[in-house]
Design a protein around this ligand. Structure first.
Ligand code: PLP
Length: 386
């Protein structure tokens, strides 16, 4: 193993959430307020989120997985329907389709951006296709103009899996000003803005937002807040089968604070990403991330592609880095390689997905990362001995 200039005292993680004193105070205040699940702070977070994104409506839920599930239910997608989605994504993307009884149809990606290849999307459309579930993978917006054109031509809806895309921009607009019908975000601790667990659905359709609000709390005809603040006795009804996908007020209180920090988070991540670009471009076996001119990346993750003989030795590279106290992760998973979705067919029609999942590597990037830590990672990559 070759020597690098700085030795980090502790492991450099691949990601680390940033939670400050303001978040702690916000949670304590909520606990003392007497209202701890979906209530005034959830309503406030939704309003803050809509103002930030510039969308008509934001509906908070318990995770992005439940956001995607609820989005499909609200759009009446169910048994017999097909939903086109990438296999190169977190498994929740496809699971949400299975939850409603529909069939995920995996589509290959553009090997440069890691996002759905519009040409492959068009080929995958059948009379059963009801929706395209587009992921903005690790925060890089997908090629939405081409995908929206296809959806219009075939009269199918587009749902955005924006789990990783808070703060990312497509043609000058933030992701979440829905380009499709709905966009779903995640606030898991691996994401840039975290509430521990949590999700948000954004839409400009008031009717759809009302339906989502109802479905997320057991399809109750009245919200708890409406019942609580009423001067008259009110009894709710349940006219369909709903879900408990509520966010708590503690999570929402954290979310409103995190939203204020978001511009700072994004600036730091973009700064660190540009330092990685500069520090790694001379390594012949690494391709740094490509960002199309009409997109702004939030760098939720900084993912490089390993090339040539090194690509086949990714595990050895990861091990050598780990021994230098640098944590990395394999690329985005390929859903079709997991037991519930495995088939020879998918393996044959997804060559770019297979290639991407086998050759890419996620490097450490988090808000508190300092330049010394990052230089240590860059030097470690320059001196890899595999
Ligand atoms: C693309 C994508 N979709 C959905 C999810 C699920 O998000 P959550 O953990 O909030 O349910 C994730 C989480 O990593 C993701 O990366």
């Amino acid at each position: 193993m070759s020597k690098t200039s700085v030795q980090p005292p502790t492991m450099i993680p691949v990601a680390r959430p940033f939670i400050g004193e303001e978040e702690e105070h916000a949670v304590v205040d909520t606990l003392r307020s007497g209202w701890i699940t979906q209530g005034p702070r959830v309503a406030q977070f939704e309003s803050d989120f809509s103002s930030y994104i510039g969308c008509g409506h934001s509906v908070a839920v318990s995770s992005c997985t439940t956001a995607l599930h609820l989005a499909l239910v609200a759009l009446n997608i169910g048994p017999g329907d097909e939903v086109i989605c990438p296999s190169l994504s977190f498994i929740a993307t496809a699971n949400s389709i299975v939850y409603v009884g529909a069939t995920p149809v995996f589509c290959d990606i553009d090997p440069v951006t890691y996002n759905l290849d519009p040409a492959r999307v068009e080929e995958a459309i059948t009379p059963k296709t009801k929706a395209i579930l587009v992921a903005h993978q690790i925060g890089l917006p997908a090629e939405m103009n081409a995908i929206l054109k296809i959806s219009k031509r075939h009269e199918i809806v587009v749902i955005e899996d924006a789990a990783c895309a808070i703060g990312s921009e497509y043609e000058g607009s933030l992701i979440g000003r829905p380009l499709g019908t709905l966009a779903c975000f995640s606030f898991h601790p691996r994401k840039i803005l975290t509430t521990g667990e949590g999700g948000m659905i954004t839409t400009d359709d008031a009717g759809l937002a009302a339906r989502l609000r109802k479905l997320r709390q057991h399809a109750m005809s009245l919200s708890d807040v409406a019942r609580h603040s009423s001067k008259q006795v009110m009894t709710e009804t349940y006219d369909e089968v709903g879900y408990n996908f509520r966010m708590t007020d503690m999570q929402a209180a954290i979310g409103s604070v995190q939203l204020q920090r978001l511009p700072d988070f994004l600036e730091k991540r973009r700064y660190l990403a540009s330092r990685y670009d500069e520090g790694l471009h001379s390594i012949s076996w690494i391709d740094t991330p490509f960002v199309p001119d009409n997109c702004r990346h939030n760098y939720q993750s900084y993912m490089v592609r390993l090339k040539g003989v090194v690509a086949a030795k990714r595990d050895a590279v990861m091990q050598e880095l780990l021994e230098k106290k640098i944590s990395t992760r394999r690329a985005i998973m390929a859903i079709h390689r997991e037991r519930p979705y495995m088939s020879e067919h998918w393996d044959k029609v997804l060559p770019q997905t297979n290639f991407a999942t086998d050759t890419a590597l996620i490097l450490p990037l988090f808000h508190q990362m300092n330049e010394e830590e990052q230089d240590y990672v860059i030097e470690a990559l320059h001196s890899i001995s595999v």
